[in-house]
Write a protein that binds this ligand. Structure first.
Ligand SMILES: [Zn+2]
Length: 207
């Protein structure tokens, strides 16, 4: 345990006191340590070196068809309430003689999800990073998420799903390419019947 880890536990103890709890009661005695450990993991994306993560996984290829990784699970924390939002991320790109190892895409999603986020920024950071590092003809990222700050409090829309997208290059410019991508992810994306999907571009209400 490093020195800088001590203050966070003190802060959690203070927080427990502030909500009217007794931080010394048995069930809570170890809570500050657990909260710190969990928060450090959930925000570990700040410390990840993206070049290091990607480094050995860029390959020269002649393949020029769309690469899609669908249904990548992600978990993040909204920066307005420090409450989780989570769901599925769909990533596609059109290679320009270069591809990235497929396992790197979920890891890239994690790097940006494990920070304090708003869904819109998370979505564009993933797309822009792939554009920058892989230099494809275009990138598309769609994220569908449930925000606990909406489900548990505030507007209490328990079943709403927030959808955000970031389209770069050919996915932005060419409707057919974009449509092909959206069709390929739609089978899953729209399949969760009974769920209300809103595409407002608003991650969570910052109330
Ligand atoms: Zn929120």
């Amino acid at each position: 345990m490093t020195n800088k880890m001590v203050p966070m536990q003190d802060l959690v103890r203070g927080l427990l006191g502030a909500i009217g709890e007794d931080p010394e009661r048995e069930g809570l005695q170890d809570t500050p340590r657990r909260v710190e450990k969990s928060l450090r993991f959930l925000t570990s994306g700040y410390d990840t070196d993206i070049d290091k993560l990607i480094n050995n996984a860029l390959f020269a290829v002649e393949y020029s068809e769309m690469v899609i990784v669908r249904d990548i699970d992600f978990y993040s924390l909204c920066e307005h309430h420090l409450l989780p939002f989570f769901g599925k991320c769909h990533v596609a790109y059109l290679p320009n003689r270069r591809v990235i190892g497929l396992s790197k895409l979920p890891r890239l999603v994690d790097v940006f999800a494990r920070r304090l986020q708003v869904q819109e920024r998370l979505t564009s950071q993933i797309a822009e990073t792939i554009q920058e590092k892989v230099d494809p003809i275009g990138v598309a990222v769609v994220m569908e998420a449930t925000h606990l700050c909406m489900a548990m409090r505030g507007v209490e829309k328990q079943n709403s799903v927030t959808v955000t997208s970031s389209m770069l290059g050919v996915f932005r410019e060419d409707a057919r390419t974009r449509h092909e991508f959206l069709e390929l992810i739609r089978h899953r994306a729209g399949a969760r019947t009974g769920r209300q999907v809103h595409d407002s571009g608003v991650g969570c209400d910052a109330e």
